[in-house]
Design a protein around this ligand. Structure first.
Ligand code: PRP
Length: 218
């Protein structure tokens, strides 16, 4: 029987992936929130989990260091998806990518005037495509976190960020002015692993797909 490694990030994606893995008969031997281990064994011999940063999941899977992974659509769009088979939307980690500004910023007027704007974001690729499709001229400023601070300090006019409850925007006196796309997490698979380890990958894909469908019906 083939061995299998699955790349996951800590936090919400890990927590929401657990019931899906459970449906495939896989349960981790340790909790990554309390363990410092980066490779976690499971109840199934030969199956282990790699705990990696969310934005690194596609890279581990692309190069075959992990056979499978779970990554948000936001992360996959920035990565480009090269060398990844994406068979399944897991319908977890749901949120939306949006453009946000300071409350009171005249977004409609800015768009209408065709003014050049400064956009701060971690998602430069997605932001570039979004504004290019609208025919807007933008200067992109790459940030790695706390994008909400950018419009408050004058670093940028707007941000492109993920919005879930909207609490972070509200707490910082920002408002979403445009939705870009809905986001959820997907299962990604290394194409070589799919071929060479079909004996374990295929049943896992089928079990997870069934669990996603079953959850949708509840
Ligand atoms: C995301 C995003 C916002 C926040 C939005 O950050 O960047 O800051 O969640 O959530 P809300 O609408 O429910 O307030 P996350 O917590 O994923 O951390 P990150 O900044 O490390 O990406």
């Amino acid at each position: 029987m083939s061995t299998l490694t699955l790349a996951l990030s800590k936090g919400r994606i890990f927590d929401e992936t657990l019931p899906l893995l459970d449906a495939a008969g896989i349960s981790p031997a340790e909790d990554p929130d309390t363990s410092r281990k980066l490779i976690i064994g499971t109840n199934r011999p030969g199956v282990c989990l790699l705990i990696v940063r969310a934005s690194d999941v596609p890279t581990y899977v692309q190069y075959g260091a992990a056979d499978l992974g779970v990554a948000g659509r936001d992360v996959l769009l920035e990565h480009g998806g090269e060398g990844l088979y994406q068979p399944l939307d897991l319908e977890i980690g749901r949120c939306r990518m949006a453009v946000a500004t300071r409350r009171g910023f005249d977004w409609a007027g800015t768009v209408q005037r065709g003014a050049r704007i400064r956009v701060a974001t971690k998602y430069v690729h997605t932001a570039r495509e979004h504004f290019a499709a609208k025919g807007m001229h933008v200067d992109l400023i790459k940030l790695y976190g706390s994008m909400e601070l950018a419009p408050l300090t004058g670093l940028a006019d707007v941000i492109v960020d993920l919005v879930s409850t909207g609490n972070t925007l509200k707490a910082n006196d920002l408002v979403a002015v445009e939705d870009i796309m809905p986001i959820s997490s997907r299962l990604v698979v290394n194409p070589a692993a799919l071929k060479l380890k079909r004996d374990v990958v295929q049943p896992l894909l089928e079990a997870v797909a069934r669990a996603v469908t079953a959850r949708r019906a509840t």
